[in-house]
Design a protein around this ligand. Sequence first.
Ligand code: PEP
Ligand code: MG
Length: 386
Amino acid sequence: MSGKVENTVSLLCVGIIAAAHGIRGQVIINPSETTLDRYKTRQERYKRLIQEDKHLVPLPGETIDGHRVGLEANLDLREEIDLLKEYGAEGVGLFRTEMLLLMEGRISVSEDRQFEVYQKVIEGALPGTTTFRILDLGGDKMLPMAHREHNPFLGWRGIRVMLDKTEILRPQLRAILRASVLGPARILLPMVTDVSEIRKFKEILNEVMQSLEQEDISFDKFIPIGVMVEVPAVALMADRFAKEVDFFSIGTNDLTQYVLAVDRGNDLVAELYQDLHPAVLQLIKNTVDAARRAGIPVSLCGELATNLRAVPVLIGLGVDTLSASPVYLPAIKRVVRAMKLTEGRRLAKMALKSDNAADLGNMLDRWLDEHGCGLSFFLDDGNASD
Ligand code: PEP
Ligand code: MG
């Protein structure tokens, strides 16, 4: 059984064998022996490919024509910090601080406990920068005691929760600020839709800074503040947001679901969740253009960075840094080092003009194949159905 079924995951239980094709986004439940063998072969080949890419780890993320692209890591837990060196990340582009709470199943973790974690992450990322996203609770990241909402992704989430629950925000800011003397750190705000939220956040940050000063605790007074561009409103008004912050970080996981009105976690509409949709790319372009005009850097930390087809387009659009789960970084670097910026710009123009994500994806797959970076073996090895 494969493809679109009502909640595939609900069909899984102990003892059921399932073959997952992560690149196609397909799960086959109870596959035949032949299919299973084919998947095992693919798995071996994929592992080999990852091993082969390891030689890229010490090399810079630089295009053939000398354009530098930052490659950073998305981390959920401080235990993952050693992966930075293993996969060649230059810093932490996104540290999802909420994971600590979710792992411990608590709404609040003490300032000292948070400090201990943030300190380890900053030290492990040196000389690179660590970007701490303040708690992004809500949406699919619900805590046990959270109330019920009809539309949690459109509800009490991210900065909305933090501005209401300053008793949770303040200790987190104190912990980040205390750790900020140990190495370069930045603060990132999730689920922002309005500039007033950034202004309110800054007022609270200032108060926290003042209290630290009164206590003679040192911290980075100029810690950069950035906004997640993950709601279309921010991308559309990027010029105004750029005046309020020091950097942009594009969160395509949410940006895609909000601009296409497709729940990112609903497998019934998974086919409609097209992260290469021209509307998503147009919002990325708006964001990058506004960042350029304001002279602030822009990174992209959504899963789109791990979609190898998208890499030349994102670089062509002008994204400065790609941040992804560390294991993907060598493959992303392989694409960066196989392209020219001029070529990326040409592909980006074509991508913006394309009518649909499927045609664009096919065109970009051909480009990857021609440049020795293709994954066509995994996408279509003559067995399109399995
Ligand atoms: C995103 O929305 O793209 C993102 C990186 O944040 P998260 O996946 O944690 O919502
Ligand atoms: Mg998000």
